[in-house]
Design a binder for this molecule. Structure first.
Ligand code: PMP
Length: 311
């Protein structure tokens, strides 16, 4: 297991910076008992000019809010304040390349009634690419993604990740690196914690929205393709079709962009290094560590000024 914290690690907990080892939570919490919480997975990078940049911070904290509202968890935080607190938290933990995990959780409540309050914790730690850096041996999972009529599947709800854990553990127990889950209609959906694209004859394909988490990295890949003039089609994809692809990759904040070696033991035809997918992987790496933002991040300067005041 990774080392998430030590005696000096600082977390942000309900407006305060305190040591992880001193923080307390409630064992009667509705979140712990029922998986009723929402979270984000964000990354910060040391940019080429040496400063720390949280990649797509606004998009991630906005999604945190949307996730909370989708499941009726009270949400009274401001995206800009949380981004500012996150920069401060990275600074206090002396981290630049980090994984950032905000979690909104419920109070003690064993019933199903709506809460009047909720809490926030933000934790940061160093994390290598979630699925490693080698091409992946992927397995078609026996598990399907949750039914969109049974869950708010566009929200990052803690309880949904039991499905992810089952699929990932099944794949690893069978000697694969990661699982690929289908949707309730049997079409290719996503990985336990990442979206999927495949490449065929110079074009990219990805499952359309509706049965998947609309990933922020997926959106970034779409932006990169637009800039590079690579055609992308969003559609329903079958496993048979995917097996005919030249190359395929998963993408997500934690996993970044990582290619497939094989699916169900069938090796992809194209040399990864000669694929368009590899160009996208490289472009993504450049983008997250770029000091000049491609996307306007208007409030960043403000956060840096605020950081100076906070110090
Ligand atoms: N699908 C699932 C199920 C996920 O958990 C994640 C990770 N958040 C993704 C896709 C990728 O989303 P993002 O690019 O926003 O990290």
């Amino acid at each position: 297991m990774a080392n998430y914290y030590n005696n000096n690690t600082v977390i942000y907990h309900n407006g305060e910076f305190l040591k992880a080892v001193d923080a307390k939570t409630d064992l009667y919490g509705q979140s712990l008992h029922y998986g009723y919480a929402v979270f984000e997975g964000i990354r910060s990078y040391k940019t080429t000019s040496g400063e720390t940049k949280i990649f797509k911070a606004v998009e991630h904290y906005d999604r945190l809010q949307q996730s909370a509202l989708a499941v009726n968890l009270p949400y009274h935080w401001d995206t800009e304040e949380l981004i500012s607190a996150t920069y401060e938290l990275l600074h206090r933990n002396n981290l630049q390349d980090a994984y950032i995990r905000p979690l909104i959780y419920a109070p003690a409540n064993m019933s199903f009634v709506q809460n009047k309050e909720s809490f926030i914790v933000i934790e940061v730690w160093e994390m290598q690419p979630f699925l490693g850096e080698k091409l992946l041996k992927v397995m078609s999972s026996s598990f399907q993604r949750p039914n969109p009529k049974g869950f708010k599947i566009t929200a990052k709800v803690s309880g949904h990740y039991v499905n992810s854990i089952l699929a990932s553990q099944e794949a690893k127990a069978k000697g694969f690196d990661e699982a690929l889950l289908s949707d309730i209609n049997g079409f290719v959906a996503e990985a336990p914690g990442a979206n999927i694209f495949y490449e065929k004859d110079g074009k990219l394909f990805t499952p359309s929205l509706g049965n998947i988490l609309p990933g922020i990295t997926r959106a970034t890949v779409l932006e990169i393709c637009k800039e590079k003039g690579i055609p992308v089609t969003e559609k329903q994809i079958t496993t048979e079709e995917l097996l005919q692809a030249d190359a395929a990759f998963f993408c997500g904040t934690a996993a970044e962009v990582i290619g497939f070696e094989s699916l169900d033991g069938i090796v992809f035809k194209k040399d990864w290094n000669k694929s368009i997918s590899k160009q996208i992987q490289d472009a993504y790496k450049r983008r997250v560590t770029s000091s000049s933002s491609f996307i306007a991040e208007p409030s960043k300067e403000k956060f840096q000024q605020e950081k100076i005041v906070l110090q």
